[in-house]
Design a protein around this ligand. Structure first.
Ligand code: GDP
Length: 199
């Protein structure tokens, strides 16, 4: 899989210069396992480290992965101390999510071991309210047994009012969920090609 860092953006308006590829966004609270998952999906150990560099953690980071852009959105809810910075985060992410015509799907990362936080639920309501397609990636599943994973998935689906196909069990440690995610991405880029052919 070919994956490379493209560019970081502070504002949606700056993104006009980006190559018009389908975009898949990754969002979740800090520590949900986003960097690890991006590295696992792309087979690049240090890829998402780029997003962690000082000054880049609050930016929207673009990676080109084959013929798709992975869009790494800043983690939310890091600490009470970052509340004011979070406000700025919210405005730019909101702009991006609502306005990007290339955005095809949002993956919302939730740690399988924890109940969704108010910020997580807020994010899901926001996406639903704007008709933005999303799927949940339940992370760190290696920390639970298969039976516990099944129960946690059911509980998540019930709590969030989602179907079980909306939740994908993943682990960056043992690569669980990788094939399912890649097949979703393949179908997505295929359907995009068909659309652009029809237009
Ligand atoms: P981010 O802040 O969302 O980018 O999260 P990171 O990818 O930096 O991960 C946060 C912490 O969770 C780190 O200590 C990781 O090693 C750990 N972690 C991430 N993914 C997994 C996973 O799939 N399994 C386990 N056991 N730990 C994980």
């Amino acid at each position: 899989m070919h994956a490379q860092f493209v560019k970081s953006f502070a504002k949606f308006e700056q993104m006009v210069e980006i190559e018009p590829l389908p975009q898949i966004a990754f969002v979740g609270r800090s520590n949900a396992g986003k960097s690890s998952l991006l590295n696992m999906l792309t087979n690049h150990k240090g890829l998402a480290v780029t997003s962690q560099k000082p000054g880049r953690t609050r930016l929207i980071n673009f990676f080109k992965v084959n013929d798709i852009h992975f869009v790494d959105l800043p983690g939310y809810g890091y600490s009470v101390a970052s509340k004011s910075a979070e406000h700025g985060w919210g405005v730019e992410i909101t702009n991006y999510l609502v306005k990007s015509e290339h955005l095809k799907l949002v993956f919302v990362l939730l740690d399988i071991r924890h109940a969704p936080s108010a910020l997580d639920v807020g994010m899901l309501h926001f996406l639903q309210g704007h008709g933005i397609t999303f799927k949940i990636l339940a992370t760190k599943c290696d920390k639970l047994s298969r039976a516990q994973q099944g129960n946690a998935k059911m509980k998540l689906a019930t709590t969030l009012g989602l179907g079980k196909d909306d939740i994908i069990l993943t682990s960056a440690t043992n690569r669980q969920g990788r094939e399912i995610i890649l097949s979703i991405l393949t179908n997505l880029s295929k359907s995009d090609i068909i659309h652009s052919g029809v237009k």
